[in-house]
Every structure is written in C-alpha cells, then in structure tokens.
Write a protein that binds this ligand. Structure first.
Ligand code: SAM
Length: 235
C-alpha cells in the first residue's frame, strides 16, 4: 500500500512539474483553433476532440448532428449571455464561447483546475465575450445567489442544463435557473433520449413531464438510440 502511495505521489509531482509545458502546448492549440473563423460544424468537431491532454483535455461527448442542431438554434437568437450547468472538460463551453457576444458562465461542482486558463481563452480574438467559471453545487440556493450576483441584472439568452442527471437534479436546475432566462430565450437539456444505459441518467423522466406541459423541440439522431438526445424549450 505505501509503495502505491509513493507511486501516485511521484506521478502527481511529474504532472505538476510538466504543467507549464503542457499549458504552453494547450495554449498553442487554442491559438491554432483561433487561426481562422470556423463554421459551426467544425467548431463542434474541435469541441469533441480538441487535441489537448491530461488536465488540459477539452472534450465533449455528444452526437455531432444533435449538438450542431442545437448550436444553430442558439446562434439564431444572437445570444449575449449563455449559462451552462455542467462544464466537465469544457467541450460545450468552447461552442458557447463562439456564439455568445458578451458572456459565458459555466458551472461545475468540480473545480476546473489548470484547464480553467484554457476555457477563459475560448472566445474568438476580436470577441467581447468573457468566460466565467463558477465552482459549486448548482442545487444550492447560495450558489444560485452567487450566480445572480455574477449576472448583475443581465438576462440569460440560452441555458444549457447538463449537470446532475438525476430526475430531481435536472428539475432543481430547471426550477432554479429558468427565471434567469429572458422571454424568447432557450433552455436545453442533454440526454433526453428515452433509452439510457448509464445508471443515474434520469433526464428522460423529467423531460417526459416537461413535454406534457407545452411545446418542445427534440434533436435525436436515431429514435432507437441509447443515450444522448437534446431537448429544447423556448421561454
Ligand atoms: C455530462 S458532464 C457536462 C458535459 C459538458 N456540458 C460537455 O458536454 O462538454 C456533467 C458535469 O456536471 C457536473 N455536475 C454534476 N452535479 C452537479 C451539481 N450538482 N452542480 C454542478 N455541477 C454538477 C459534473 O461534475 C460533470 O462535470
């Protein structure tokens, strides 16, 4: 057991020592991404495989056609402010940072670590968009108040709910953050497909209840697919 601990500590130390080199490499990749304007489907490809690794890895696990269809809808409303619950490795935040003209606020219960520096560099060079990373439990009222302070009166144009996938968790995020979305804005949920195989993925149950309340749009590549699927409601 102590040998295993020493092994882990040495690995952590090695990683820590390599951080400045890894950061430089990752920032070069961001510069390459920004070297020309990219159409949305290309941005999505980068979000799915950005090409950085370890603590600088940027990735989203999505079906390309689904997330591209959502991004096109978001683009149509010319969003100023985008709010995302569930940053993970920043893949979707990369997409939102190409669309929002003012602000992307992305939240996760896990701190971003060194990847944070990369995420704040996501907006295009001439853009006025700023990326803000918030760490905390999105279900807590205290966190919602913090978010309200961050927004400072600005309305959210697009809210992406992709954090806690339990039925109660998705519902809590919807109820807490929906009031921040402006009329005409969009709220989207990931993993709404009826068949889900990941334990704890219960978004589809909440989605079914939401569908009964009013009109919704769905981006699901294949009705028989297991997992994924994006649901959209307009406010
Ligand atoms: C599916 S990942 C998000 C993926 C990301 N949107 C993408 O596609 O690039 C879900 C994230 O939600 C975070 N999460 C889970 N429960 C949360 C909570 N209560 N508050 C904030 N974040 C939470 C997890 O830590 C995880 O990083």
């Amino acid at each position: 057991m102590p040998t295993r601990n020493i092994g882990r500590k040495l690995r952590d130390l090695g990683r820590w020592l390599r951080t400045p080199i890894s950061r430089r490499r990752a920032m070069r990749r961001v510069a390459e991404f920004h070297s020309r304007q990219r159409p949305l489907d290309e941005v999505v490809q980068w979000a799915m495989a950005f090409g950085t690794r370890g603590r600088f890895r940027v990735k989203t696990i999505q079906i390309a056609s689904e997330i591209t269809a959502l991004a096109r809808e978001v683009d149509k409303i010319s969003p100023q402010t985008i709010l995302e619950i569930g940053t993970s490795e920043g893949g979707t935040a990369l997409i939102w940072a190409q669309l929002a003209s003012q602000r992307v606020i992305t939240c996760d219960i896990t701190p971003p670590g060194p990847r944070g520096a990369l995420l704040t560099a996501f907006p295009p060079p001439m853009s006025k968009c700023r990326v803000t990373l918030l760490t905390g439990d999105s279900h807590s009222r205290e966190f919602a108040r913090r978010l309200e302070r961050e927004l400072n009166g600005a309305a959210v144009d697009f809210l992406f709910i992709d954090g806690d996938h339990s039925e109660g968790g998705v519902e809590a995020d919807y109820e807490l953050y929906r009031p921040f979305v402006r009329s005409g804005g969009i709220i989207a949920f990931h993993d709404i497909a009826e068949r889900q195989d990941q334990p704890g993925n219960e978004v589809q149950h909440f989605w079914k209840r939401l569908k009964d309340r009013g009109p919704v749009e769905e981006f699901i590549q294949d009705r028989n697919q297991v997992g994924f699927g994006i649901g959209l409601v307009r406010v």
